[in-house]
Design a protein around this ligand. Structure first.
Ligand code: TYD
Length: 207
């Protein structure tokens, strides 16, 4: 879908920080943009997010988790993404279907095909025009931020999970290179931000 851009990467790569800075920059430039995030992004979807990430819900079935992410996504599309795109805005979304492919499909071993099929039902034609991938291995990411956040149910899982997630992203990118802008996130925050903006200029989103 034109003007629909998603941002992906492993936990701890600095995605939230970079997305906030990009938002500030776009707003300063007076661009017609909406920034949103998953899981969540709208009232009902944020309520679903709380259930998913609650560390007390350790008994949650993996497939239940996958459906909750997809459910939150359906509501988020309806409330925020579709209206913004139909008003001619450019939408940046911090995580989207590719997170489900790699975290649930591969990390949780539910199977990529199943999770792709589930998300096809959830999003239909609303697939991103392209995805900004902040490239940093989980080893480097966790080292930089001083370990995983144990109060976050998704970050608290074992390290092998995050390695599977990272490899999963790499495989998706190799399969569809035109759909991704791979950004080296190993430098300083300023350097990463510049690389992101450069990629967006190349794609015709920024001037
Ligand atoms: P979040 O607090 O947004 O983390 P970050 O700022 O690092 O993006 O947490 C979202 C967590 O949910 C993160 O660990 C990735 C996971 N996730 C999935 O497993 N599947 C999904 O479909 C989405 C959107 C997120």
């Amino acid at each position: 879908m034109r003007n629909f851009i998603t941002i992906e990467g492993c936990d701890g790569v600095g995605k939230t920080h970079q997305t906030r800075r990009l938002k500030e920059y776009c707003e300063q430039m007076g661009l017609n943009v909406v920034f949103t995030r998953e899981p969540g992004g709208s009232d009902i979807a944020e309520q679903i997010r709380k259930i998913i990430l609650d560390a007390n819900n350790s008994a949650m079935d993996d497939m239940c988790e996958a459906f909750l992410y997809a459910s939150a996504r359906i509501q988020h599309l309806k409330d925020i993404i579709k209206p913004a795109l139909s008003q001619g805005k450019t939408v940046f979304c911090d995580r989207f279907v590719h997170s489900s492919y790699v975290y649930q499909g591969l990390g949780r071993n539910l199977g990529l095909e199943k999770i792709v099929a589930l998300n096809e039902i959830a999003v239909g034609e609303y697939m991103p025009e392209f995805t900004i991938f902040l490239d940093l291995s989980p080893e480097q990411a966790f080292l930089r931020k001083g370990g995983a956040d144990k109060t976050d149910r998704m970050e608290a899982v074992e390290f092998a999970f995050h390695q599977k997630v990272y490899q999963g992203y790499k495989d998706l990118i190799a399969a569809e290179p035109d759909k991704f802008e791979v950004i080296d996130a190993g430098g300083t925050a300023d350097e990463t931000q510049q690389l992101i903006r450069k990629a967006l200029v190349k794609r015709g989103i920024l001037k």
